[in-house]
Ligand binder design. Structure first.
Ligand SMILES: [Zn+2]
Length: 182
């Protein structure tokens, strides 16, 4: 099979393995409370309160160039380029800058935008800021631990939250729950 056919095949299968969002806000709260169930056995993760502050040079050394541009310079990756668009395994999506868990696989949905998208987040992991790059204001969100830019929040997501956290894949690191290799 040629690579093009393979990609086309993935696009045609609408993420059958992803569950639909819970019907109620109570269900969303349950997903948020339950995030630690997605940690691989024995995994230690940082908490939002342990701030990670590094110099520009230190970030450059620590991050691949494409992640640096998004996290530290607020660039946006090209739509459809992230392998995480197709990631359907159970696990956590952590900040590629500092390792803080941000979303679980239960919070992901197929938005059709070509960016990994989520209808809610692990609570207390982002700070919000308005930007005006596209003339109209957009709500931009940053990792609370390292300040890294992740993406933008829109209000056209699925019920019941209607949130669409549109995240750059290069700003995330996927941690499979079963401890398997990424
Ligand atoms: Zn971070």
């Amino acid at each position: 099979m040629q690579r093009r056919d393979f990609l086309f095949g993935l696009a045609a299968a609408p993420f059958a393995a992803l569950a639909a969002p819970p019907a109620s806000m109570k269900g969303i709260e349950e997903l948020q409370k339950n995030w630690k169930a997605f940690l691989p056995a024995g995994a230690a993760v940082p908490s939002p309160g342990e701030a990670l502050k590094l110099s520009k040079d230190e970030w450059k050394k620590r991050l691949p160039p494409e992640s640096y541009r998004v996290l530290r310079e607020e660039a946006t990756e090209r739509s459809g380029t992230s392998p995480l668009n197709e990631e359907k395994r159970a696990g956590l999506f952590a900040c590629a800058g500092c390792g803080l868990p941000l979303f679980t696989s239960e919070m992901k949905f197929e938005s059709g935008t070509g960016w990994p998208s989520f209808f809610t987040t692990i609570p207390g992991v982002f700070e919000m800021k308005k930007d005006f790059y596209l003339i109209y204001p957009r709500t931009e969100y940053h990792c609370i631990r390292c300040g890294g830019h992740h993406g933008h929040l829109f209000d056209d997501g699925p019920q019941p939250t209607r949130q669409r956290w549109c995240n750059n894949g290069v700003a995330l690191r996927f941690i499979p729950k079963d401890g398997s290799k990424v």
